[in-house]
Design a protein around this ligand. Structure first.
Ligand code: G3H
Ligand code: 13P
Ligand code: ZN
Length: 322
């Protein structure tokens, strides 16, 4: 099947109590690892491209890689999505350039400005058969050039969501309930420690999610910043020349709980980066004589595939849902 929008995926995910994984793509190995896992597990999937990914790999290369993945995996629905679009022009360029979904992220702007720019993007996107994700509330962490310092993030205000969705006409809404971008989602002082001395992050604000869901019945909610930062990969990185102290993510049980609710799209990027980096660092340590990129990119691609397969079956519940 050709590239699809997220409309049908989200409808089924909402009704079925699972979520679709949205994984960031930057090169061929990442596209292959993600779509091989989704293909084998018969899972719908969203491949998302950030402004930074476009600057790194070039729009046309990324679209062509995704088109190749669609051809190789004809049975599964695949959507191509712009992650964190920061202007009307960027969204337009992706809509004109073959994407089936875009995010306009004006979450750092005042409410009325967020509404106005989102509305303009929705008008253009819908006229071209493309769907739009918008955002209310801000996450901590780094996304493209925007850095939101710890303590500066704000949870989504449920009392704003109906007006926002009605005025903008957006198709899905990203909300802030305590997730955060990157591999350092919480400072140690925001966490407690379990009996083994391991950091335990503060729980997600499921009360905010429930309130939003009640006000927007049937409407797809999106969670950004949903990597879990698996400690086994952080350990491999640190044991092989890396330096990632206190890297910490969102516990997978909480994301699984979110996936059963109104959350239809869960964004994961950092865990893929960690899996690739850990695998390559370990490979170099074990094979110092190797220099052919295929030698270390092959296990790195396999690590992406294993990571995505794990997310699909253990966190998202989207396997067998085509
Ligand atoms: O939310 C941000 C994504 O992880 C994309 O990151 O802007 O470094 O490509 P990037
Ligand atoms: P992570 O950094 O938690 O993987 O979040 C990715 C994301 O939200 C992309 O938009
Ligand atoms: Zn994000």
């Amino acid at each position: 099947m050709p590239l699809v929008t997220t409309t049908e995926m989200f409808k089924k995910a909402y009704e079925g109590g699972y979520a679709i994984g949205a994984f960031n793509v930057n090169n061929m190995e990442i596209v292959q690892g993600i779509t091989e896992a989704a293909g084998e597990l018969k899972s719908p999937v969203i491949l998302q491209v950030s402004k930074g990914a476009r600057a790194y790999a070039n729009h046309t290369y990324l679209v062509k890689l995704v088109e190749a993945a669609v051809k190789e995996n004809p049975d599964i629905p695949i959507a191509l999505h712009l992650d964190h679009g920061d202007s009307f022009e960027l969204c337009k360029s992706c809509i004109d350039g073959g994407f089936t979904s875009v995010m306009i992220d004006m979450s750092s702007k005042p409410f009325d400005e967020n509404v106005e720019i989102t509305r303009q993007v929705v008008e253009y996107a819908h006229a071209h058969g493309v769907v739009v994700e918008a955002e209310l509330g801000t996450l901590e962490g780094v996304e493209d050039e925007v850095v939101v310092e710890a303590g500066q993030a704000s949870y989504t205000r449920p009392e704003e969501v109906e007006e926002f969705v009605t005025r903008t006409g957006c198709d899905s809404l990203a909300i802030a309930i305590g997730t955060s971008h990157g591999a350092y989602k919480f400072r140690p002082e925001q966490c407690t420690r379990n009996e083994k001395g391991i950091l335990v992050p503060p729980p997600l604000r499921f009360d905010v999610l429930e309130d939003v869901a009640k006000r927007l019945p049937g409407f797809p909610i999106v969670l950004h910043g949903s990597s879990s930062v698996p400690q086994e990969f952080v350990k491999i990185i640190n044991e092989n020349g890396g330096n990632m102290p206190d890297a910490i993510g969102i516990p997978e049980e909480q994301l699984r709980e979110a996936a059963r609710s109104a959350v239809c799209k869960i964004n994961i990027d950092s865990d893929i980066r960690l899996a690739m980096t850990a695998t390559i660092r370990q490979y170099f340590a074990e094979h110092p004589e190797h220099f052919d990129p295929r030698q270390y990119l092959k296990p790195a691609r396999q690590a992406v595939k294993d990571m995505v397969a794990h997310k699909i079956t253990e966190v998202l519940g989207s396997n067998g849902r085509i």
